[in-house]
Design a protein around this ligand. Sequence first.
Ligand code: ZN
Ligand code: ZN
Length: 266
Amino acid sequence: MKEPTIITFLGTGGGRFATIYQKRATGGIYIRDSLNIHIDPGPGALVKMLEAGLNPRATNGILVSHAHPDHYTDAEILMEGMTCGCTQKRGLFAGSKSVIKGEGSIGPTISRYHQSIIERVEVVHPGDSFYFGDLEITAGKSLHSDPTTVGFNLITKNGQISYIPDTAFHEDIIPYYKGARVLILSNTRPLNHRIPYHLATEDSAHIIEAIEPELALLTHIGYKMAVNSPEKEGEWITEHTGIRTLTAEDFMNVVLSESDLTIRGG
Ligand SMILES: [Zn+2]
Ligand SMILES: [Zn+2]
């Protein structure tokens, strides 16, 4: 019997105003599998992690999709946690080119010093694939105002977990996330309120229909969606696609085993 894989939402907010006013937390997503991976640790990630009872020293890898503050601001302090206060060169830091090297006027967002304390730093582009221990990580495409933005697929021992970051809707991004058992989408905007470079509920529904995950989760909820019954957006997608879709909640846990998928907390 394999150990379950646990996905914890350390925040489900995103976009400028939901972040500035902390309408929802913005600590990213923490995945415990054979290794512990933290994706997109935005403002408050460290605090939310401690509130959730997770130890920053137990993190093995940090993944950052792009160089916007709701995705990267707590990364450096969490890198200090991962390296036991910078005393042990360990762990993985993987991110878009903008985050690690800089792209035009964007980034880099991680100091050279913090990059130097990590054992392995990977700049990833859409379509890249690499192993970290026995965990395979692949990068997906996005169409965002940071042109180097990447999504991530983690091939865990209990199936593929895919994270679609901030992106405009386009059919071209869908193939990069095929095979997801659990699909997490940055659905910043509610139904019929699309803005450039972000997904609205109708866009997420198209993607979910094409990928057919066992469970889809909406996160990175913007202000307008956060104050207007966000749970309705997941319900609308479930009704229109027949695929179980939930609007994630702060501190929600999804527990994945080979045969089972359960939701706890939130
Ligand atoms: Zn964002
Ligand atoms: Zn963004």
